[in-house]
Design a protein around this ligand. Sequence first.
Ligand SMILES: Cc1cc2nc3c(=O)[nH]c(=O)nc-3n(C[C@H](O)[C@H](O)[C@H](O)COP(=O)(O)OP(=O)(O)OC[C@H]3O[C@@H](n4cnc5c(N)ncnc54)[C@H](O)[C@@H]3O)c2cc1C
Length: 500
Amino acid sequence: MIRYDDIVIGSGISGMTMSLILAMNGHKVLLIEKGPYIGGSMARFSKRGIPFDTGFHFTGGLHKGGILDDILSVLDMHDGIEPVFMSDDDANSFVFENDGKRYDMPYGIEKLKLRMKAYFPEEACGIDSYFDKVQNVCKGTPSMSLGTLLNKFDPLQEDYITCEEVLTGITANPVLKALFSTFAMCYGVKPNEISFANHSRISYGLYESVARVKNGGAAFIDAFEAKFRQYDVEVRCGCHVTGMTEIRENMAGRFILNTGEEISATNCIFTIHPKEVLKVMPEQQVSKAFRARVSAFEPSAGCFSIFGVLDPGFDEPGYGSKLVTLLPGTDFNQMLDPFNEGDSALILVKTLEQVGEKKHKVIVAIEPSFPEQVEAWKDSQVGRRPEAYKEYKEKKVEHLLNRIYKYFPGYRGKLSVSDAASVLTFRDYLHNNDGSSYGVKQKIGQFNLRGRLPVKNCYAAGQSSILPGVIGAMMSSLIVAQSLVKEDDYAKFLNRRPRR
Ligand SMILES: Cc1cc2nc3c(=O)[nH]c(=O)nc-3n(C[C@H](O)[C@H](O)[C@H](O)COP(=O)(O)OP(=O)(O)OC[C@H]3O[C@@H](n4cnc5c(N)ncnc54)[C@H](O)[C@@H]3O)c2cc1C
């Protein structure tokens, strides 16, 4: 029997990052994926030869010296990942659907402040105060930079105050407050539930720069696969752990697979949903309190997505250079409420996808959605859903298209919908517990699963452990890997900056 140093469970961006870090540090690694292919939310799918991204559309941190740029340097992965920056003058347009008022936001914090002050001259002090607070949180958080990642982290005052409280203290203007809150869409938690610190940590990168990546999530998967070949990471798809055995002194000696095979490993790192982790922890090793804590974790928002393509002849100057978000109102607490019966924010991600000689104008429209909204069909599986579910999807697509046509009337008759996905689609393809887009809710006062678990050679990383998004998920692996690689070796590893 092969003995591995580490088994990594789940091959999303967290599991791929974790596997590579460990392999680059000399460990023998087995990466296990329940689905038929690796990549998790990074995976693309194709319809009639046109590729669509599912869970990775844009990110911050890819500018020179940004956090994601640094992570790619340490992993020596720049070659495969080509950033496509959005227009730095109006990367993000926010349109309020009730009065049609549009706010075009650049990136770069100083430019952003100037633009906001031009829109809201009477709120200049509040705007400065907001960005100072966001920057202070990020400066005070060691994991916001690889140079300080190993420093001790003491929670900040802002970890105990909700985003809502801080914003209310800064401004009474509901539109400005909404514009400060917009990146709640990138973590799927209401402003009155998330801490201002976590709101800042996630939003900061997107204030600094906004980029897509050429070939989207597939570029990451391809780059990781090449590295896995270089560092001998073994990958098994269609595989999951069903239990643990040879438990001695709170450590598992072997991990049982769905195939019945038993794998021997020193450590096992879970990068999957915490409730899925709970299912494989031996009953006797898990206290009632631990079980209750994990069972009580609430899901972040999920998404309803439409995947469409514009007619080849349709012309739009600057296509693909900015994100547009349609806002039905200013109240993000309402828009991110599972029982909200009205519309929610709708992000339109437009990309030019090159296939052979042709460039396709792709649109992915994403609206927050919740398990509660598809409760009636929760027991159905992908490919075998009842008619009523199909009708729900059709109605939803029609409604979202009408919202899009109201703002982009030229798209009517030119936009063909290739597919649509609900919370249940994401749940089933990503093998997660509830279809949430960002894992467990980042809720103030809640201690998510991170690092060592009750079985002491098992660890938790992934989007639910630190922060969601590609950066948060990769950082979770960089943070948890500290416990698995020798201290001096790890410090050297984090400092390496191979060729650029
Ligand atoms: C619609 C949508 C849009 C998004 N847009 C963006 C965006 O534009 N930018 C951004 O930064 N982030 C975005 N996100 C969030 C981002 O995709 C996630 O935060 C991140 O990719 C999560 O990575 P992960 O590895 O932690 O989890 P996942 O990507 O969910 O990967 C988990 C993997 O584990 C596998 N698995 C599950 N259970 C088991 C098991 N028992 N055994 C083995 N394998 C298992 C799953 O099949 C999956 O492959 C979006 C998410 C969604 C859903």
